[in-house]
Design a protein around this ligand. Structure first.
Ligand code: SF4
Ligand code: SF4
Ligand code: SF4
Length: 289
């Protein structure tokens, strides 16, 4: 069993066929170089059946690997700067959409953030498996609400100069958070979801982001008993994200019984109790509208 645990920790997952394993390789925000992709195909040809599988969490699996090749493959992965995925009660591969690196709706640099968070958190031992998803905007392609921990890029819009009173921002805001008054847009902060649409569609570029950051969600999961995560903090500065995540994980370690996911801790202890513990760790109140 100890050996199987060690294999799982390193993304070597036993198949239903005895003696065979699927080797799971993780990416950072779903990216690989072409050289790394070639290496993956080379490994699949050399040690397995020339087949790869793309997982739903931005990893690549090579099925039909034999146990005897475990150490050799791990060496080859390391030489190619490829990272093995992790299984078990740990922080798993972090999923992220392309964000502002290429997506025209992206408000934040999800790719750089995912890489940084991968290096700090992936593989950390926790009471149960813990998944993280990052999205560059409110469209939520990185599914922040379906993960134990989710981050979603948001802005706080503000009117600057050059508005011609065309009303396009007001017409296209689905949250009805901006209305024209005396030919000038007025924002209702409580309704605004920070999606940035008004800023992107203003023909005069008269709307800018007063503040850009991340909403933090906790407690999402899919599986047999799915539930959506809840927003616990709004508009975190990028340079504060790591501190908040450390606080969430400390609170989780403190409140969880062995094997409990964040959602289950929240269901048993209550959301307020979890939020208070995060706030204690951060030594400040959590800012949510
Ligand atoms: S969540 Fe937003 S930024 Fe990310 S891919 Fe979707 S639309 Fe683009
Ligand atoms: S879309 Fe731009 S120019 Fe038109 S009303 Fe809104 S802020 Fe003014
Ligand atoms: S950021 Fe989105 S929700 Fe907020 S006012 Fe603009 S369009 Fe509406």
């Amino acid at each position: 069993m100890q050996k199987i645990k060690e294999y799982r920790k390193n993304g070597f997952i036993e198949q239903r066929q005895k003696g065979y394993y699927a080797l799971r390789i993780r990416t950072q925000a779903g990216n690989m170089t072409t050289g790394q992709l070639r290496k993956v195909t080379e490994l699949a040809d050399k040690y397995a059946k020339g087949q790869v599988h793309f997982t739903t969490r931005q990893s690549v699996e090579i099925p039909w690997v034999r146990e005897k090749d475990y150490a050799t493959i791990r060496r080859e992965l390391k030489d190619a700067h490829l990272l093995s995925a992790v299984c078990g009660s740990r922080m798993r591969t972090i999923v992220a959409c392309p964000g502002a690196s290429v997506c025209r709706y992206g408000l934040v640099d999800t790719v750089s953030l995912a890489k940084k968070l991968d290096e700090i958190f992936v593989g950390r031992e926790l009471p149960s498996k813990t998944k993280m998803g990052i999205s560059g905007c409110a469209n939520s392609c990185g599914k922040p609400q379906e993960n134990d921990i989710g981050l979603q890029g948001v802005i706080q819009p503000i009117l600057t100069e050059g508005c011609i009173g065309c009303g396009v921002c007001s017409m296209l805001c689905k949250a009805e958070a901006v209305k024209l008054e005396n030919d000038e847009p007025v924002f209702t902060r409580e309704k605004c979801i920070g999606c940035g649409r008004c800023m992107n569609i203003c023909p005069e570029r008269a709307i800018e982001a007063k503040h850009c950051g991340y909403n933090l969600y906790i407690g999402g999961k899919i599986g047999r008993f799915p539930q959506l995560g809840v927003k616990v903090v709004e508009g975190i500065d990028e340079n504060e994200v790591v501190s908040y995540l450390e606080a969430v994980l400390q609170a989780y370690q403190k409140l969880a019984e062995k094997g409990e996911r964040i959602a289950e801790v929240i269901n048993r202890r209550g959301l307020e109790s979890f939020k208070n513990e995060i706030a204690n760790e951060m030594k400040k109140e959590l800012a949510v509208i």
